[in-house]
Design a protein around this ligand. Structure first.
Ligand code: XUL
Ligand code: CO
Length: 478
């Protein structure tokens, strides 16, 4: 293959970078003949004909309006926008190409010129800000590689990032928009094939550290409220060639160094770990919330990190999203939510927008119990379906995701106002609201005392669990 062809192929790869699956489509937008004029300028609006999305209420038939999300409305003592803190994920919304393991990109947005140039990166960033303004979302998230192209060396790559970040800072300054979180993409490049912090190659560990250092600096510069670690390839394919203990120790050292650097540069954002059980690796070390909590405890990192729970990752690990949120919450680790969902019939991380009202209600139940998740938020780590190719579909997808969670919040308010679910749960444990129950919960009931009680009471009476009633009450709140 000639070097020009290799370059073109690499450009295509960049455009489909998030389709981190086996086969890479051979078509890229550059093949479709769009003109590249080398400028980041763009005449007029990126989304002409789409006005600021407004709340019109449940009876509206306008698909470019909110039916349930009314940003300024107070629910349970807080504005909806403060409970929900929505954020747009740059990688899906502006770099998602529609490619899947079997097919080429399907999305050719009018502002894209088919290149991964610096000028294109800046134009795309302008499109991001217009989109956020029109959608009425004030937060966004990115990976370093989403927003700026790689150079030939680390210095060149960092300089590219700085140039896009300078424009981003200016665009943030002109609006209310700010950064929910930044992260480093440590999974696409071939150097990361054995992992980043858990790679068997010391040079790769160092490269990953340099990349996180820079990503953390720019996140701090842009006023980011959090910084995320998703260990895309931190895991193994087979234990036969893997020193699991050594890799986990390396991961812990890496995270310790990140904490030290955060303190050194005065970055006060929350560090978040995003659990996921597998994909792309066979087994990822941050399998789920409980595994990650015990990892943090073992290495003395509790207190320095919280969790970013992603609903589709939860279901991949065999749990519900609600289970993962509750596990994080009761461990004081609920930091952020990557709001998406999988498909019940597709086994992989499809990253769809969450549109199931029941699931959204359970998600919001955990969030309300937590008193909200600020400085975290609801990041739409979700992509348009491959077949949704109109520019307005980008708005429709986000509006429907926002309305679903808003509806979930309203349902939680109904459940709390009704009170019967909480009453049912309280009643279920009432046998512990006794002298002996209090002794047990205070750690003052030893086995001898409990044996004495059994001899005195005889066979215990066991009440109904009222599962169907709980479900009936839940359904009536939807
Ligand atoms: C991958 C995933 C990532 C992280 C950020 O499954 O969820 O987008 O959220 O690296
Ligand atoms: Co995610």
């Amino acid at each position: 293959m000639k070097s020009v062809e290799i370059l073109l192929l690499l450009l295509c790869l960049k455009l489909v970078f998030f389709a981190a699956f086996a086969s890479v489509p051979s078509i890229c937008p550059a093949d479709l003949g769009s003109e590249f004029n080398g400028s980041d300028e763009w005449d007029g609006e990126f989304f002409p004909g789409i006005h600021k999305i407004k709340y019109e209420g449940p009876s509206s038939k306008n698909h470019l309006a909110f039916k349930w999300y009314n940003a300024e409305e107070e629910i349970l003592g807080k504005k909806m926008k403060d409970w929900l803190r929505f954020s747009v994920a740059f990688w899906h919304t502006f770099r998602g190409s529609g490619a899947d393991p079997f097919g080429a990109p399907t999305k050719f947005w009018p502002w894209e010129d088919g290149t991964n140039s610096l000028a294109m990166a800046k134009r795309r960033m302008r499109a991001n800000f217009e989109f956020l303004e029109k959608l009425g979302v004030e937060l966004w998230c990115f990976h370093d590689k989403d927003i700026a192209p790689d150079g030939k060396t680390l210095e060149e790559t960092n300089a590219n990032l700085d140039e896009v970040v300078a424009l981003t800072k200016e665009l943030q300054g002109r609006s209310k928009i700010h950064l929910l979180w930044g992260t480093a993409q440590l999974f696409l490049h071939p150097r990361y094939m054995h992992g980043a912090a858990t790679s068997s190659e010391v040079g790769v560990y160092a490269y990953a550290a340099a990349q996180v250092k820079k990503a953390m600096e720019v996140t701090h510069y842009l006023g980011g409220e959090n910084y995320v670690f998703w260990g895309g390839r931190e895991g193994y394919q087979t234990l036969l060639n893997t020193d699991m203990e050594r890799e986990l120790n390396h991961l812990a050292r890496f995270l310790e160094a990140a904490v030290a650097y955060k303190k050194k540069i005065g970055f006060n954002g929350t560090l978040l770990i995003e659990p996921k059980p597998q994909e792309p690796t066979k087994h990822q070390y941050d399998w789920d919330a409980a595994t990650t909590a015990s990892f943090l405890q073992k290495y003395g990192l509790t207190g320095e990190f919280k969790l970013n729970i992603e609903c589709n990752h939860a279901t991949l690990s065999g749990h519900s999203c609600h289970h993962e949120l509750e596990t994080a919450r009761i461990n004081g680790l609920l930091g952020n939510i990557d709001a998406n969902t999988g498909d019940p019939q597709i086994g992989w991380d499809t990253d769809q927008f969450l549109t199931d009202i029941g699931e959204a209600t359970l998600v919001m139940l955990s969030v309300v119990r937590n008193g909200g998740i600020a400085p975290g938020g609801f990041n739409f780590d979700a992509k348009l379906r491959r077949e949704s190719t109109d520019v307005e579909d980008i708005f429709i997808a986000h509006i429907s995701g926002m309305d679903t969670l808003a509806r979930g919040l309203r349902n939680v308010a109904n459940l709390i106002e009704d009170g019967s679910l909480a009453k049912l749960v309280r009643k279920r444990y009432e046998s512990f609201d006794t002298e002996i129950g209090a002794q047990i919960e205070a750690g003052k009931a030893d086995f001898e005392l409990l044996e004495k009680k059994v001899l005195e009471w005889g066979e215990p009476k066991v009440a109904s669990g009222k599962q169907e009633l709980a479900e009936m009450i839940f359904q009536s709140a939807l």
